[in-house]
Design a protein around this ligand. Structure first.
Ligand code: ASP
Length: 539
């Protein structure tokens, strides 16, 4: 690699080190600075180097499938498969390790650096986008299930159904599911929230009435394994807002969270280079471990097709179209910038685990500012699940068809609404959506024992589902960036414009904005008085 052939920005970006001050280069096609014409070999070399990570990640998925198919014939034992999947397991561990510091620090510093009114407006737009797109995804799921009719049984389903009933989640009452969601928003113990969530269980107690003894099903609270990310998000945001209220007194803590956040992102850029290897082994190990694939495809092929086509329509047409209509920018260029994160979502089946890489991708390839990505992506990864809503709707209609239960209009609307709501409650972990699917089935009185069928193919459907879940978050961040970047003329955008970070604003600010200081240059007397907004925050 000679210096004159490769611009420093390209190398930085391919190393995950690009900064927002560097204009985002569109997938390695950034303008070359040399005046002399390049040879084709040099062009190819430059393109490959600038897109090395993307090329490696996509190749990893393909090579993983090939290795998996090859090793499958070797007849590995269970233990050998576990050892074989070790590099993939390591990637998941690395990504999980980074989630808590990343989510907490980015939200505290994000909320602290944005004016509360602008924060409210920004959050409001994001929620509206998330709500509308999730409803559309649910509608696509229902329509696909009515068109393809996956529940027309040919007898093979019962064979499958008999295979595995043990892992079917216990059905919860709809009211308890929603109450649990609210309880988890307010964790009683922050430390425990890092690894435990609240979940209602049931016990039966005798209830003596005058004439008879009845058994009453009483909800009891239990703590189950699994990070309560919703609780952490709400706390971190509230804490950030409180920190901002402290003004000068809160500056040190804000700087602490900012530095923590930056250091975490450096770790993420290192992990990114391990991702291709990890993804390759995750995919390969899954293929080796699969049981009778042909039976799954012949019996549940239509269901899988419904989900995958629904996800493709939403991810390749609907979301890009919405982005294009609002921004008039090429949505597929935006999508290309996300390839590494999307491949990671496919490999890990987890929105939470994909979050660190998604932040890197939208910031470095799509020019979304750190303020926006680090505020909106953790929220999106937790509450915005378009893919989950889509497959849950397909699954609900599929189970109804399987049991010969006709669905009326009100039930269809109930499925749409509950799928949208329950996708919010779904955790961004593998099979997170299947767990909340029970809520939808309960709400329209469908049997929950057929969930084992859904689980049988969830390892596959969950992958496309997670890709769509994270893609929706990224487009949300892109749209917010567009809203913030729009020229500050209209009244309704005034608040959003307050969080513009790359514009020079000479208007004195009435509030202290310590995070809009140059890094390491904080001077208390300056911060306490009116001060022009400087270019880039330390966030
Ligand atoms: N695995 C999905 C995710 O992490 C959640 C789901 O199962 O729907 O986004």
């Amino acid at each position: 690699m000679t210096e004159e052939n490769i611009s420093i920005e390209d190398v930085k970006a391919s190393n995950g080190e690009a900064h927002l001050d560097v204009p985002p280069h569109a997938n390695g096609l950034s303008e070359h600075r040399r005046s002399e014409p390049e040879s084709t070999a040099q062009k190819v070399k430059r393109f490959v180097l600038a897109n090395l990570l993307v090329i490696l990640t996509v190749s990893a998925v393909i090579v993983g499938v090939l290795i998996g198919l090859g090793v499958r014939n070797a007849g590995l034992s269970r233990t050998q498969i576990i050892y074989f999947g070790f590099p993939g397991e390591l990637l998941i561990r690395l990504l999980k390790m980074i989630i808590i510091p990343l989510v907490v620090c980015s939200l505290v510093s994000g909320a602290a650096s944005i004016d509360p009114k602008a924060l409210g407006k920004l959050g409001g737009w994001a929620m509206l986008f998330f709500l509308v797109t999730t409803l559309i995804a649910s509608a696509i799921g229902v329509i696909m299930a009515f068109i393809i009719h996956p529940g027309s049984s040919d007898g093979k389903m019962s064979q499958l159904n008999a295979q595995d009933d043990s892992s079917v989640p216990e059905a919860k009452d709809v009211i308890d599911s929603f109450l649990d969601l609210i309880r988890n928003i307010f964790p009683s113990n922050l430390v425990a929230a890092a690894f435990q969530s609240y979940a209602t269980g049931y016990k039966f107690v005798k209830n003596d009435t005058n004439s008879s003894v009845l058994l009453e099903k009483v909800p009891v609270g239990t703590d189950v394994d699994g990070m309560n990310i919703l609780g952490l998000i709400v706390f971190a945001m509230a804490f950030g807002v409180a920190l901002r209220k402290l003004g000068e007194e809160g500056v040190i803590l804000m700087k602490f969270f900012n530095s923590f956040n930056e250091a975490t992102m450096v770790l993420v850029s290192w992990i990114m280079w391990y991702a291709p290897l990890g993804i390759m082994f995750l995919v390969a190990a899954k293929i080796v471990e699969m049981e009778d694939v042909s039976l799954l495809f012949t019996s549940l092929g239509k269901y899988i097709a419904c989900c995958v086509i629904g996800h493709a329509i939403h991810g390749l047409l609907v979301l890009p179209l919405i982005y294009f209509i609002i921004t008039r920018k090429n949505p597929y260029t935006f999508l290309l910038g996300l390839v590494t994160a999307l491949a990671t979502a496919f490999g890990t089946s987890s929105s939470s685990a994909t979050l660190p890489l998604m932040m890197k991708c939208v910031e470095e390839n799509n020019g979304v500012s750190k303020h926006i990505s680090r505020f909106i992506l953790p929220i999106g990864a937790t509450v915005n699940m378009d893919g989950a809503a889509c497959f849950q709707c397909v699954a609900a209609v599929f189970i109804a068809q399987l049991n010969g239960i006709p669905l009326n209009f009100v039930q269809v609307i109930t499925i749409l609404v509950t799928a949208t709501a329950s996708s919010v409650g779904a955790a961004g972990i593998p099979a997170g959506g299947v767990l909340t699917l029970a809520i939808i089935l309960e709400s329209v009185g469908l049997p929950t024992n057929d969930l084992s069928l859904i689980l049988a193919v969830d390892w596959l459907v969950d992958r496309t589902c997670t890709v769509i879940n994270v893609e929706g978050d990224a487009y949300g961040a892109g749209l917010l960036q567009y809203l913030v970047d729009r020229h500050p003329n209209k009244n309704e955008e005034e608040e959003l414009d307050k969080i513009r970070v790359e514009e020079d604003d000479a208007t004195p600010k009435p509030e202290i904005r310590p995070l809009i200081e140059k890094q390491g240059n904080f001077e208390p007397e300056e911060a306490a008085g009116p001060k022009p907004c400087e270019k880039e925050s330390v966030m």
